[in-house]
Structures are given as C-alpha cells and as structure tokens.
Design a protein around this ligand. Structure first.
Ligand code: PLP
Length: 380
C-alpha cells in the first residue's frame, strides 16, 4: 500500500462522493437546461449541490458559480473583474502565488496591464504595508492565496481585505488549498471573490467554484448559453457538481478535533525528522500554517533524488522544485521567501489528509532518515 502524502496535489475522493456520482452518470445524464422531467431532475441535483457548496463558506447559493476547477475560477475572477471595469489597468498579487495566478499575471503584463507582486518575508508573511502603498485609483483587483500550496503558510487575508476595502478595491482569494481544511465564512471574511476546487477536498477533478459576492460586476470570459447566470456558459458537469456538493457537505461537517489530529501527525513527523536528520530545515515553521502541510528543506541534497528513493519505498510526496531544461530549479515560491538555494533545492512537501495514520508517519520518518543518510554519504 502506498503511503500517500501528496494531498495538496490532489485528494482521494470519498466513497460517498463516488457513490453519489455513479447514478448521475448512468441515469441522471439529461441536460439540466432541458425542460423535460429528466432535465429538471438534473437541474434539481445541481441546485442541491449549489446549496451544499455555498454552505461550506456560508454564502448564498446564488453567489456560487460552478467552473471546471481552481484554475478556471481564478482566471474568471481576475479577468472577469477587469473586463467589468476596463478603465482600471492595475492588478496586485504576491510573489508566492500558484501558477494559475502567476502565469495569468505574466499574460496580463504582456497585455499592458500593470502588475505588482507584493513580497513576503522568510516565514512567507505578506508585506501588508507594501500592499497598502501599491494600491492606486487604477487598481482593479487584489488577488492573493489564502494558503500557499507549497508551504501551507496562511496569509493574513483579514488584514488584506481591511486595507482593500478602505480603498474600495475588490479582493479575490485563491482558497483552493484552504477550503475544506479550515473554516471559511464569507460573512466573517468579506472577500469579493473566492476560488475553490473539488479535488482538493476529497471531491472529483475538473470541477470547482467561484464565489461572487452579490452585486459584484463580473464579465464572462466564455461566450455561450445562459448557464451559471450567463457568467460561465456551457452544459454543466452534473456528476462532477453533484460529487463536489457531497464533498463540500462532508468538509463542512469536519470535526475540528479531526484537524487537530492531522496537525498532531504533521508535528510528530517534523519532530521525528528534526531529531534524526540534522540537515533538515522546516520551512515557515513559526508561521501560521495549514495543519496538514510540511515543507522541509534538506541541505545540499536534491529533492528529486529524495523523492525517487521515497517512491521506491512506497511513499508519495512532492518536491518544492521544478525540473526545467534539464536542471533542477529551486521553487519560485521558496526563492521569493529568501530560502537559500542549497536548502530550496532539496525541499520536499509532505501533505497529509484525514486518512493519514500514525503508522504511516512513523514509517515515513524512518524511511526518510535512511534515504537522507544514504544520499548524504554519496554526496560527501
Ligand atoms: N491555486 C492553488 C493554491 C492550488 O494549489 C491549485 C492546485 O494545485 C490551483 C490554484 C489550481 O486548481 P485546479 O487544479 O483545480 O485547477
């Protein structure tokens, strides 16, 4: 059995999610826009899912638009807001965003939009003074991640929203990693837009949602029919949406004690690693982090070699580095945090879930210590 510690990449769909989707694929396949009975039944299932997803973040069902996932929601949020106020040609984001925001920011620059990326400190904290300084009359939207996918570090988004609302600028939160892991309430945390994705919270892939606060002007990015209030045309992915609804319902029911037990396992993993591997450095250790994520740099080792040896022992984790043009590049996120390259090169991300067990953590710590020992002896 594989020890799966890559839950920030994607999660295992819950059995109840799969069971809810199967009959929709087999029998509930009618087009939700059709006026006949099967079509209206499919529409009804989507309405239920919309309520389930809305209640995960304490939104109104009408404020939820279904999309094909986090990437699409993010693109629709940022581009949709900009297109609705075309005279504003400035966007603010951060230096540690997911590729969905980072690449879009690059494309916007090529389209002559001014983009400012706010810096972070070594613990991944956003410089909110810099953010305040960068806002102008031209700023169309501020888009930041609630929780970082590589490190799990949480931004002080409450402060971001406070600053932005004083200047009347809408805030889009990329909540793809935080939704379902920590409580989110759009009445308490009044972001204008919020993106999330089913496959990160034990739902199916290829389906996500954009929360759009009532009375916010947004232009569609795709032209087509009147689905999703005309803001996201195209025949709905009914099985995916139904599965997303069930996953959201289960996430909303998650007992805080369960998150605490995930945190204990994560902390136990870090304690064991620190005790046995002197070259290990926990990234963002003192920052406010998601309870399931641990990013660990192994000094002067290569992340891909560690991952390969872990994988041979049945342990699935991820690297904080990307291989491009034959050379391992340290992660853009860790680089922006000022993590030295000799640590960032050997950075591994372990991301736990409610299915992770103590035995798995013990085994991972033990195997990791052997793997790092082996690689260190080769390196010296
Ligand atoms: N934003 C963050 C923070 C993510 O971690 C991811 C996925 O890894 C995405 C956006 C993109 O989501 P999706 O895979 O649903 O397109």
């Amino acid at each position: 059995m594989v020890i799966y510690l890559d839950n920030n990449a994607t999660t295992r769909p819950l059995d109840c999610v799969i069971e809810a989707m199967l009959p929709i694929m087999r029998e509930g396949f009618a087009n939700p826009s059709s006026l006949h009975r099967p079509g209206q039944d499919a529409r009804h299932r989507i309405d239920i899912a919309r309520e389930q997803v809305a209640s995960l973040i304490n939104a109104e069902p009408k404020e939820i638009l279904f999309t094909s996932g986090g990437t699409e929601s993010i693109n629709l949020a940022i581009r949709g807001i900009m297109a609705a106020s075309p005279n504003k040609r400035h966007v603010i984001t951060s230096t540690v965003e997911h590729a969905a925001v980072h690449s879009l920011a690059g494309q916007l620059r090529r389209e002559n939009v001014a983009v400012d990326e706010i810096s972070v400190d070594e613990d991944g904290r956003l410089d909110t003074d810099e953010l305040e300084d960068k806002i102008t009359q031209q700023t169309a939207v501020i888009s930041v991640a609630h929780a970082n996918n590589e490190t799990g570090i949480l931004f002080d988004v409450r402060r971001v929203i406070e600053i932005a609302s004083q200047k009347g600028v809408p805030v889009h939160l990329d909540a793809v990693q935080s939704a379902g892991k920590i409580p989110l309430d759009v009445k308490q945390l009044p972001a204008t837009l919020l993106s999330f994705s089913a496959h990160k919270l034990h739902g199916p892939k290829g389906v996500g949602a954009l929360y759009l606060r009532r009375r916010t002007r947004l232009s569609p990015m795709l032209m087509g029919g009147q689905q999703e209030a005309g803001l996201r045309p195209g025949t709905e992915n009914t099985p995916g949406i139904v599965g997303f609804g069930i996953a959201a319902q289960e996430a909303a029911r998650l007992d805080p004690a369960e998150s605490e037990s995930i945190r204990c396992l994560r902390d136990d993993l870090e304690t064991r690693i620190k005790a046995t591997i002197p070259c290990a450095r926990i990234i963002g250790e003192s920052a406010n982090r998601l309870c399931n994520t641990s990013s660990i740099g192994f000094e002067r080792l290569a992340a891909d070699a560690i991952l390969l040896l872990l994988s041979e022992q049945g342990i699935a984790a991820s690297a904080g580095s990307a291989c491009s043009s034959g050379a391992i590049e340290p992660s853009r996120v860790l680089n922006a945090m000022g993590i030295p390259p000799e640590i960032a090169h050997g950075a591994i991300r372990f991301s736990l879930s409610r299915f992770t067990t103590k035995t798995e953590i013990e085994r991972t710590a033990q195997v990791l210590s052997q793997v790092v020992g082996r690689l260190s002896s080769l390196a010296h």
